[in-house]
Every structure is written in C-alpha cells, then in structure tokens.
Design a binder for this molecule. Structure first.
Ligand SMILES: *Cc1c(COP(=O)(O)O)cnc(C)c1O
Length: 381
C-alpha cells in the first residue's frame, strides 16, 4: 500500500523530488502587483490593494462586507470581539482543530468548551452540541444561556470547517437559535467551500478566513473577517484599524481598537491570488477525485466532501485502519520525500486547554489517532 501510494503521489505531481503538503503557487500577476506597491512606496497601511482585495473576497464569498486583517487568528479574535464575547464567557468549539481557534478565544478572556465532531464533516457535531447544552446549560433570569454549574455565560458557538469540509450549518444554526447563541464560523480552511450553495463563513454572524502560506490562496500572512451586515462590517473595519475617527490630521480614537489591518504589500499578493482561485479550486478537486479513486476499495478511507456541500479539498486526508498503519504510512512516505502529517493533537490534550469543559469526544479521539493528511497543492496555471 505505502509504496503504491508514494508512486501514485509522485506521478500525480510529476516529480521524484520532495513533495510538500501544500505549497503556494504564483503563476499570475503576483510579482507585478507586489512591485506596484514597492514602486509607489505604498506598502503599508495606505494603498488601493487592501480595499480591492476586500471587495474581491466579498464578491467571491457573497459576504456583505469583508475586512482584511494581518492573519487568520486576528480575524478570529476580531470576530469574537464583534460578537460580544466577554471575559469569563464560554465559547463552544471543537477539540479537533488547529490551535488558533482556541487561542483567539483565550485572548478574549473566554474559555473553550469542547464538543465532538461529526462523522459527516469532521467539524462540530450538531447532535453533540445539543446534547451538551441539554445536559449542562440553562437560561438565567435575563434569558441568557449559562453553564448551570458555574453560571458562566455561554456566548457563542464556533465550528471549524475541517480541511475545507463544511459543517452541518442548518442544524447548528437551529441549536444556536434555540439557546440564544451567536454563531461564528472558523472558515480559515474553507475559502471556496459551500454549504448548500452558500459560501462557508457567511452564514454565521461572522466568519474568519486565513491567507497563511499553506492555505488555498496566500497573502504571505493574512486573514479576513466576513461580516453579515453592512453595520457590523463598518464597525469591524473601524475596530481593526485602531478605532480612529476619520479626520485629515486629528488623532481621535473612540474605543480601544486593534492594529490588525492587512498591509497593502500583502493585499497586492492577495489580489493576484484571487485571480487564480477558480483554477486552484478546480485543480484541487481533480486531485481529490484521483485520491478518492486510488483509495477506493482499500482499508484506507478517503475523506470526501459531505453530501450537502461542496468542499475546496484544502488538505486531502485518509483515515487509516489503526494507529500502527498510520505510523507506518507517515514514516514511509516522509522517508521517500512525500510529505504527510498526522492531524493536530486534540486541544484538550494541550497543557493550556486541558482543564476545559467538554462533552464526550469519542469520535475526535478516533480521528486524531488515525487521520493522515496527504499532499494537496494545486497544479497547473
Ligand atoms: C490557518 C488556521 C487559522 C488561522 O491561522 P493564521 O496562521 O493565523 O492565519 C485559524 N484556524 C484554523 C482552523 C486554521 O487552519
């Protein structure tokens, strides 16, 4: 199996050299646009590429307003701030995620609560969410959802679209409405992924994208807050740019803001990358379908898109039959220069989140022991 897989991936990427998990691709106007910022000296907080990039992403995703930030973690932090998450609040998320999801809410002074992921999406499971709330939550006298034991406010639910596979948003939204919770989508991995035809990150009150070097498109480092309303979009822009009230020369700031604005230099790269986005997505889908065919009929299960959605197949993944076969697969592929990785360690096993409240995490544990990510870079133009 492992030798066949290595050969298959080498043939897929047309090389016997090192094959990374996800490499960025610059085949369009990247150099041209970046050079324009250098030539004009507008590399920093002023320049036209930021607004253009925000408009491009808003148009692509259908978000009412998109606000560019320095990275995806900053976008998540902003989304939580804008959602009214307060010090001491609880935010329900998944243990099976990249650490940035939890770090963003930790730095809001909130605590993560972990519920299990769904077999359909590998993202937050609506049934596990509802069960957790029924067991542990109630409404206080103001009608606010609280943890029955500690009386802490449960403010929001933040699912993450794992590897670009959309979570079951209708069901999650129904539970959020019933319990009066804000929905924030960690869509860092899911640019180009759709839930029933609607772009991920635009269904919750806020969504966050990442343009880190390993994501579907990159700005070097960068992120984007997707906002549901024009009002919240305006305030998001204000809060991420030091909350400065526009004036030709006066420095008046009307609330404690963040300095999370994306520099024009990075946005220039982003504008060029957006032009290639549809091609990248087509190539990634093609690669995913080839993997799917390769693993079909083996004891390795390819992680496919859920039936209700369209995935960007950001990182392809297989579920190995057991821990030993996972170790063997990771070892032999990496020794042959084909990069593969286990999934992240579960958040509740990290020292800073080990005391967090949590529901049953059986399926998260199962996946964390068996899942391997395989090379997923787009090829071609
Ligand atoms: C990439 C990623 C982020 C944001 O990462 P940055 O490096 O800060 O851009 C957040 N959440 C998840 C799940 C991610 O994969």
């Amino acid at each position: 199996m492992n030798t066949k897989l290595i050969e298959f991936i080498q043939q897929l990427y047309g090389t016997n050299e090192f094959i990374p998990l996800h490499a960025p691709r610059f085949s369009g106007n990247e150099k041209k646009y970046v050079a324009e910022t250098v030539d004009s000296t507008f590399v920093s907080s002023v320049g036209a590429f930021v607004t253009r990039f925000e408009n491009d992403i808003a148009a692509f995703t259908g978000a009412t307003k998109a606000v560019a930030t320095v990275n995806g973690t900053a976008a998540l932090h902003t989304a939580l701030y804008m959602s009214g998450v307060k010090r001491g609040d609880l935010v329900i998320t998944q243990s099976l995620t990249f650490v940035a999801t939890c770090n963003a809410l930790y730095h809001m002074g909130a605590e993560p609560v972990f519920v299990d992921v769904s077999k359909t999406s590998l993202g937050l499971c609506p049934i596990a969410l509802e069960e957790f709330l029924e067991r542990n939550a109630s409404f206080n006298c103001d009608g606010v959802c609280v943890c029955t034991n500690t009386k802490q406010v449960i403010r929001a639910v933040m699912p993450m679209h794992t590897f670009g596979h959309p979570v079951e948003l209708d069901e999650i939204l129904r539970v959020c409405k019933k319990w009066n919770l804000v929905l924030i989508e960690d869509a860092a991995e899911s640019l180009g992924s759709y839930y029933k035809g609607i772009h991920t990150g635009t269904i919750g009150n806020f969504g966050a994208l990442s343009f880190n070097g390993n994501k579907v498109i990159t700005t070097g480092g960068g992120g984007m807050v997707l906002c549901k309303s024009a009002n919240s979009g305006e305030r998001t822009k204000h809060i991420t740019t030091t909350a400065k009230v526009p004036h030709p020369y006066e420095f008046f700031h009307d609330e404690p803001g963040f300095n999370y604005r994306m520099p024009n230099l990075n946005a220039a790269l982003g504008c060029a990358q957006v032009e290639s986005l549809e091609n990248f997505l087509a190539s990634k889908r093609d690669i995913a379908m080839q993997y799917k065919a390769f693993f079909n009929g083996t004891e390795f299960q390819f992680v496919d898109e859920p039936p209700y959605g369209r995935s960007n197949f950001w990182l392809n993944a297989v579920i190995c039959p057991n821990i030993d076969s996972r170790e063997e697969l990771i070892k032999t592929t990496n020794e042959s220069g084909v990069m593969t990785r286990p999934i992240w360690q579960l958040m509740h096993t990290l020292p800073m989140y080990s005391d967090s409240k949590r529901g049953d995490l059986t399926y998260s544990e199962f996946i964390s022991q068996r899942l391997v990510n395989i090379p997923s870079s787009p090829v071609g133009k």
